[in-house]
Design a protein around this ligand. Structure first.
Ligand code: AMP
Length: 417
């Protein structure tokens, strides 16, 4: 397999798939630039060799073309500043032929959001009366999607995939495009290489105890990884909104807390699986409940299984924080995905902060700690603790799928698998 270190980009045009799906505030300002910073080493290496760069990415989930709320034009200045090169912008990713052809060594062109075109994902837009119609529309997109990938490929001499965040998707720019370059002219970027190594570190070199902390809003979106981790970890901490599905499943009273009523059996099954496999499953015992889903809500500490009507669990309580911290400290491998509370509200960050602090302490004592998923990364950054953990992944879904042991299409396409 070709590697970025071995490839000399002098005089070459490289089309680089990055993940610049950065969070923006209502004024279009970047609130967390981790993903942009993550791609810089790859972009800089190409430019330093004397190559030129065509940057391509998606942002958000646009439903039409164009959908300016998701325009990458909003971040061109920030990318220019971080890269130290004035980045040109192509306002339509399918009409960049001339701009790409005119690129000189050292120059950078960024394409508008790839997902303005439905072909990027290969997912048809609009409403369909039946499943059959939807299937037929999807099948009809296969060829246009290949054409879309081929057109992108035509801009460049070589392809670099540095978008770990979307590596679990078989999209035009993350996988299909690789078909239009021979094995010597396609490679993973530095960020991808680092991410793959970090996952490898967790999977092939597990030092015990291994503690996984899964949080976030729902159990349904994390069930695959939770079941998979059950065979690997010593301690499994489940926190955040899913706490209340577990509490209700066990007969608890959860007020108006977030809950997936159709997942109660699943929650009981997870508890049973943990018992059968000897995994120490740690669930919240108390919580900070609020009387509204707001930072200004009145709060009280209550048992996680006895929340008064009209109140909802918004964060882990003090006893829970201690339980979590005790499980984390002393661990030698740690994986954290998903906050322990509604961390976007400053008054409900305490549980996530307790987790971050315990991870930092364990890391100082020699643990390998891997944090992934937009929200947990935003947490760590909010607490200013990014330098106190071993590795921060730019991937959420991709990281979890990689840890589940799945082959990511974005990586398979480069390896030619
Ligand atoms: P996810 O996208 O599933 O990883 O979930 C992340 C989201 O979960 C964040 O936006 C949190 O605000 C949210 N979250 C965490 N704890 C709770 C809770 N107790 N109630 C509601 N939402 C929560």
């Amino acid at each position: 397999m070709q590697t970025i270190d071995n490839f000399n980009f002098a005089g070459k045009k490289a089309i680089v798939r990055v993940d610049f799906n950065v969070p923006l505030d209502e004024n279009g300002h970047i609130t967390d630039d981790t993903r942009i910073r993550g791609a810089l080493p790859t972009l800089k290496k190409i430019l330093a060799d004397g190559g030129s760069v065509i940057i391509m990415s998606h942002m958000g989930k646009p439903k039409k073309n164009p959908d300016m709320k998701y325009s990458l034009g909003q971040i061109v200045d920030a990318v220019s500043e971080k890269l130290g090169v004035k980045v040109q912008f192509a306002p339509d990713c399918m009409k960049a032929d001339e701009a790409a052809a005119a690129l000189k060594p050292g120059e950078v062109l960024m394409l508008e959001n790839l997902r303005f075109y439905a072909e990027e994902e290969g997912k048809p837009r609009g409403e369909f009366a039946t499943e059959e119609e939807k299937k037929a529309a999807k099948a009809a997109m296969k060829e246009p999607q290949k054409e879309f990938a081929k057109h992108l490929a035509s801009y460049a001499d070589c392809y670099v995939n540095d978008a770990f965040g979307t590596a679990h998707r078989k999209h035009a720019s993350t996988a299909l495009i690789a078909d239009y370059f021979d094995a010597d002219h396609k490679m993973l970027g530095y960020l991808m290489e680092k991410e793959v190594k970090a996952v490898d570190n967790v999977l092939s070199n597990i030092k015990r105890p291994f503690t996984a902390i899964m949080g976030g809003s729902k159990v349904s979106t994390k069930i695959g990884i939770i079941e998979n981790l059950m065979d690997k970890v010593d301690n499994l901490i489940l926190c955040g909104g899913m706490t209340y599905t577990f509490a209700k499943a066990q007969g608890g009273k959860i007020g108006s807390s977030i809950c997936e009523d159709d997942k109660l059996d699943l929650a009981l099954d997870i508890i049973a699986q943990a018992k059968a496999k000897g995994v120490n499953l740690v669930l919240g015992v108390d919580c900070v409940a609020g009387d509204a889903f707001s930072n200004e809500a009145n709060t009280q500490i209550v048992p996680a299984n006895n929340i008064p009507d009209g109140w909802e669990g918004m964060d882990a309580g003090p006893k829970t924080r201690e339980l979590f911290a005790n499980a984390i400290k002393g661990s030698k491998t740690i994986l954290w995905n998903g906050p322990a509370g509604v961390f976007e509200f400053d008054n409900f960050t305490g549980g996530s902060r307790a987790i971050a602090e315990a991870i930092a302490e364990a890391t100082k004592d020699g643990a390998f700690s891997l944090i992934g998923g937009g929200d947990s990364v935003a947490c760590i950054n909010k607490f200013g603790m990014a330098d106190q953990v071993s590795y921060i992944s730019t991937g959420g879904g991709a990281l979890l799928e990689a840890i589940e042991g799945k082959v990511l299409p974005g990586i398979a396409a480069i390896k030619g698998e």
